[in-house]
Design a protein around this ligand. Structure first.
Ligand code: HEM
Ligand code: HEM
Ligand SMILES: [Fe+2]
Length: 446
């Protein structure tokens, strides 16, 4: 590790991973309700489990992104973090906001609107913390070296904050509410977060493959151009059935089909750089997560997204288990795996060790990724059967759900394996590690 303030990332990663474990736990509880409908009904009803699961996901990914930023910024900007103290304070504020929201859900206090259920005070604290984070990281960038990687990363983070502000606007008209709700939910994951993902991917590829920065930067510009060009108007694929004008059917269909392009470019980019690379970096598990993220994101977001994005297909599949299948694999591939890749790369250096526990880390990769894929397949089958029985044959909702029981058992089984793999990852990252690096020796310097 070249810069002392990169250490700021450590508590961010630790908290992110703890919340990841909690997210998976709530997922398993919610999946249990699908097979045992009365499970915990008097204590934690399904909708509370579900919002705990999805909120924890978003909160830990954001904390993860912040940790990644604090870790790579000093190296990229060749300058220490402006103020480690601001970083710790803003982390504490974010943790209070996230944990406070989680606790209030358990008492039934929330604002509705999937993903944006946080009570108002929590939303305000999240905003304050994120602005402190942006101030701190932007100050670091302004005095330092500006590269394509850190500039695109900061652009993505600023845009994420700007679109977040729509969380404060909640029109009474349900159609309008949805219209703006997607400006956060869709534009985050299919627009501005892609900038964050692409810049983290580019950073890891430079470090792990040793390919020239100039080549990586060209790819990066192409990817973010494609992401913004397709993703903004691609929002139209959520405007098909909410009372918006009919022109959204062709616009949404065409532009969201183009959204496959940046994910395709990212997976090509990752594997091309991997094959071209000269450097044989000792951290093999970080390389595995990096390539895995690009590949699974392409399938989860690109292939599973395209599957139901054309308006005349979505007419049948809208809001079925097909949506849940896609939501899981896309989030997992693009964002969960990318944050885990950076953590796998950074942790040995943050702990001053050689890359360690790689075998266990790689096992966690394969078990977690296979289990998430299996979960996606079971939900996809469930979704196809559901679409046919409910939307084509017109059988009523609850009767159809009963037909899907077997798939829901298999989803629960897959979830248990994800949890086991998450524990393996935690042990690999925080567990005992041999081979201390000599004082001042950084892997990056070699
Ligand atoms: C990493 C990127 C992506 C993530 C994390 C993601 C995640 C999600 C999630 C969670 C939902 C469910 C939202 C809800 O109704 O609550 C959703 C819906 C949807 N996504 Fe994605 N998505 C991504 C990329 C894409 C792409 C590239 C496409 C198209 C090619 C796509 C097409 C769709 C469609 C059509 C829906 C609406 C499904 C319905 O009508 O029920 N997504 N996505
Ligand atoms: C890191 C891995 C995971 C990610 C990224 C993730 C993501 C998500 C997302 C985005 C949703 C909302 C989906 C939508 O609106 O369509 C969701 C819902 C859900 N997740 Fe997960 N999840 C993960 C792991 C799990 C696990 C391990 C389980 C346990 C089997 C699980 C069970 C559920 C359930 C039951 C729901 C509610 C679905 C519904 O309302 O029908 N998830 N998850
Ligand atoms: Fe979307």
């Amino acid at each position: 590790m070249k810069y002392a303030t990169q250490r700021v990332a450590l508590p961010f990663f630790a908290l992110a991973l703890a919340l990841f474990a909690l997210q998976v736990t709530f997922g398993i509880l919610a999946a249990t309700v699908y097979v045992l409908p009365e499970f915990l009904v008097d204590y934690v009803p399904f909708h509370i489990m579900r919002m705990s699961h999805t909120n924890l996901l978003i909160v830990w990914l954001l904390i993860g992104f912040m940790g990644c930023t604090y870790y790579l910024l000093p190296e990229e900007a060749e300058s220490e973090i402006h103020s480690p103290m601001i970083a710790y304070v803003q982390l504490a504020i974010f943790a209070v906001a996230g944990a406070g929201a989680l606790v209030s859900y358990q008492f039934g206090i929330h604002e509705g609107r999937e993903f944006l259920e946080q009570p108002l005070w929590s939303k305000i604290l999240i905003t304050v913390s994120f602005l402190m984070f942006l101030y701190n990281s932007s100050r670091t960038l302004l005095v330092g070296r500006k590269t394509a990687i850190n500039s695109v990363l900061m652009l993505g983070l600023w845009l994420a904050a700007i679109f977040w502000l729509f969380a404060f606007y909640n029109p009474g008209n349900l159609g309008l509410d949805k219209l703006y709700w997607w400006w956060i939910v869709h534009i985050w994951v299919e627009g501005v977060w892609e900038l964050i993902m692409a810049s983290l991917l580019a950073y890891l590829l430079i470090k792990l493959t040793g390919v020239d920065r100039e080549i990586i930067e060209k790819w990066l510009y192409v990817i973010i151009g494609l992401a913004l060009f397709s993703g903004l108007l691609g929002t139209g694929h959520h405007y098909y059935w909410i009372g918006a004008p009919a022109y959204w059917q062709p616009i949404g269909s065409i532009f969201s089909t183009l959204e496959v392009a940046p994910f395709f470019a990212m997976v090509m980019f990752a594997f091309y750089m991997f094959w071209k690379g000269r450097r044989n970096h000792p951290n093999k598990s970080a390389m595995l997560w990096t390539l895995g993220s690009a590949a699974v994101a392409f399938f989860g977001a690109g292939v599973w997204g395209f599957m139901h994005t054309l308006s005349f297909v979505n007419y049948y599949t809208h809001g079925t288990q097909v949506t849940a299948a896609h939501g899981h694999l896309a989030f997992y591939g693009a964002y969960v795996m990318m944050v885990l890749a950076v953590i796998t790369y950074a942790m040995p250096q943050l702990r001053g060790r050689q890359p360690y526990n790689q075998i266990l880390n790689m096992w966690s990769f394969w078990v977690m990724t296979s289990a998430m894929c299996f979960m996606t397949f079971t939900l996809t089958f469930a979704g196809v059967v559901q679409t046919h029985l409910q939307r084509v044959m017109g059988i009523n909702y609850m009767e159809v759900q009963q037909q899907l029981e077997l798939f829901y058992y298999m989803r629960l089984g897959a979830g248990v394996f994800v949890a086991i793999a998450a524990v393996m990852f935690l042990v690999a990252i925080f567990g005992p590690a041999r081979e201390e690096l000599p004082e001042g020796m950084a892997l990056t310097a070699r």
